[in-house]
Design a protein around this ligand. Structure first.
Ligand code: GAR
Length: 185
């Protein structure tokens, strides 16, 4: 049974779907949630599931504190689910090809520093693109540039605003992310 940790900065609806899914999995279980925001709702969700959580800041992560915490808990696999900070080298080296991220668009479009959540959907809306989607990728030293593992698309109607686009993208995330994680364990 592989041990999964999730890092999240905000609401944590993806984290919740993942926690739920792995309650019924033979291959892995979520044992730890980490957040760089003490007010992040994901922490509340972790409590609801009885899963340990911890809070850290950017400096602690860069100094190896997160890596240490994951290793002490014998974490095998790390999932970024709405996580804002860049992953430092010490963590990348501790978990080679074992850290994945979900991005709420079809990379390489609408990726990079600062492209997070609502901002992504607003940019997609402004572009007039007829479709958007999700990308699940390995994490490397650059934002949103690791090897793509999975993508799924959804069409955008002219009347969809950025909120409607976000909703469609979230549905794709909930549908595919837990399965893709399990397939990688
Ligand atoms: C998700 O849509 C995720 O793809 C996105 O943040 C949202 C978090 O929602 N991630 C990024 O934008 C990363 N660049 P959630 O907290 O409800 O899971």
């Amino acid at each position: 049974m592989k041990k999964i940790a999730i890092l999240a900065s905000g609401n944590g609806s993806n984290a919740e779907e993942i926690m739920k899914y792995f309650q019924g999995s033979q291959k892995g279980k979520v044992i730890l949630i980490g957040s760089n925001k003490k007010e992040a709702f994901v922490l509340e969700r972790a409590r609801k599931f009885g899963i340990d959580s911890f809070i850290f800041n950017k400096t602690e992560m860069e100094d190896g504190g997160v890596t240490k915490r994951l290793q002490e808990n014998k974490v095998d696999f790390v999932v970024l689910a709405g996580f804002l900070l860049k992953i430092p080298d010490n963590l990348l080296h501790a978990y080679p090809n074992q850290i994945i991220n979900i991005h709420p668009a079809l990379l390489p479009k609408y990726g990079g520093k600062g492209m997070y959540g609502t901002k992504v959907h607003e940019a997609v809306k402004a572009s007039g693109d007829k479709q958007t989607g999700i990308t699940i990728h390995l994490v490397n030293e650059n934002y949103d540039e690791g090897k793509i593992i999975f993508q799924a698309a959804v069409s955008i109607s002219p009347e969809d605003d950025s909120e409607a686009i976000a909703k469609k993208v979230h549905q794709l995330e909930y549908k595919y992310f837990p399965n893709v994680i399990e397939s990688l364990l």
